[in-house]
Write a protein that binds this ligand. Structure first.
Ligand SMILES: Nc1ncnc2c1ncn2[C@@H]1O[C@H](COP(=O)(O)OP(=O)(O)OP(=O)(O)O)[C@@H](O)[C@H]1O
Ligand SMILES: [Mg+2]
Length: 366
């Protein structure tokens, strides 16, 4: 690539003690047709003053000076935020010095008697620098956007859990309260009526009422899991028992350690992972057995939910309208954890959530 002289002026600093060599460089640059704004430094002090003041696009430097070398100048450039490319422009300096210079990271090396290649080398060095800066900018933007996404996910999840907890309270206080009161009234009616037909209706109503009470308790537990009150293992045990009852799929919980050291936020992430994995199993796995392993071995909380069904396919994980597993991954990240999925056709699916127990914590106020 060559420098586009019409669109860009190149601010160049030439560290050179010889007046004659400096003039030769200026001449070579002028002849190339490029537009250069050339400054010159002769001492290290002057060099430092200029690079601090001006944002140069490129630096050319002779190698050996009376009291310093180009390596000293290079070291000074390192403290700049936007480091310009640094090109050695000297007479032959010997292989060792050249290798040493490149090892330090100096971008290129041009011999004073091949000035014809100078403009090309400058153009290339600037292009490499621009690409590097553009990439660094893009990386920083990507990292910032990922950070914003993670914060939004954490915020949304906290809001969802708070909302669920408040609905659970409403179900408990309003519906649960009203049903309990009706139960007393039905009992009173039963005691004060001798009519067989009335008694039959009362007992049918009591049965329906019991059913409604059971349903409201189930809804409450789903909304505000027992994990918040009784710990992860008890909550998963309850979930596993309910799942087996509902689906007829044999479900075994294996747990070696107690997971009391995990925070509520971590336990809730583990719980919701198991919940989504079981929902998926009931929808897709076509299996006959499920195993849930809970462990906090080596200070990492792991919950593994495995089925012996048809196995999840790679494409399944990329389905556009499926958010269960994607949500689990984001959710795990909010507490410093991650999700692994093993997908083996014929041998079923395993969903594993792992969360280091000394990781970052989420605020919990459900
Ligand atoms: N245990 C499993 N066995 C077989 N296939 C599975 C299993 N779990 C998930 N899958 C497949 O992976 C896909 C993605 O699951 P995911 O939970 O992300 O989305 P979904 O359940 O389809 O939708 P959503 O969870 O958003 O309601 C499912 O559509 C299904 O095809
Ligand atoms: Mg799902």
């Amino acid at each position: 690539m060559l420098i586009n002289s019409h669109t860009r002026q190149i601010r160049l600093l030439h560290l050179e003690s010889s007046e004659q060599d400096h003039e030769l460089v200026k001449f070579a640059l002028r002849r190339s047709g490029g537009t250069f704004d050339v400054a010159r430094a002769q001492t290290l002090v002057d060099f430092c003053a200029q690079i601090d003041r001006i944002d140069f696009d490129v630096i050319l430097s002779d190698y050996r000076f009376a009291e310093f070398t180009a390596i000293d100048a290079w070291n000074e450039v390192q403290r700049l935020e936007r480091r310009p490319p640094f090109i050695l422009l000297s007479h032959a300096i010997g292989e060792t010095a050249a290798v040493d210079a490149l090892k330090h990271g100096i971008n290129d090396y041009v011999l004073k008697d091949s000035l014809s290649s100078l403009v090309h080398v400058i153009g290339r060095a600037i292009e490499v620098r621009d690409t590097r800066l553009a990439k660094a900018r893009a990386d920083a933007e990507l990292a910032a956007s990922q950070q914003r996404l993670a914060e939004l996910t954490a915020h949304l999840q906290l809001s969802i859990e708070q909302e669920r907890a408040s609905i659970a309270r409403e179900v408990h206080d309003d519906i649960g309260g009203a049903l309990a009161a009706m139960k007393f009234d039905l009992a009173w009616l039963g005691r004060h009526s001798n009519d067989a037909a009335t008694q039959m209706h009362i007992s049918a109503a009591a049965e329906m009422l019991q059913h409604a009470l059971g349903a409201s308790q189930r809804i409450m537990r789903d909304l505000r899991p027992a994990v918040l009150d009784q710990g992860l293992v008890a909550a998963i045990q309850w979930m596993a028992t309910g799942f087996e009852k509902r689906t007829g799929i044999k479900t075994t919980l294996r747990t070696a350690e107690e997971t009391a050291s995990a925070s509520k936020a971590v336990q809730l992430v583990a719980y919701r992972t198991a919940q989504e994995a079981l929902t998926n199993i009931s929808k897709y796995a076509q299996c006959t057995a499920v195993t849930i392993d809970v462990s906090d071995h080596e200070n990492v909380l792991t919950v593994e939910i495995s089925d012996n069904g048809r196995g999840i396919a790679k494409e399944d994980l990329e389905k556009p309208n499926a958010f269960g597993i994607k949500g689990l991954r984001e959710r795990a990240k909010t507490v410093g954890g991650w999700i692994d999925i093993s997908r083996n056709a014929g041998t079923g699916t395993s969903v594993i959530v792992s969360i280091p127990l000394n990781g970052p914590d989420l605020p919990t106020s459900f």
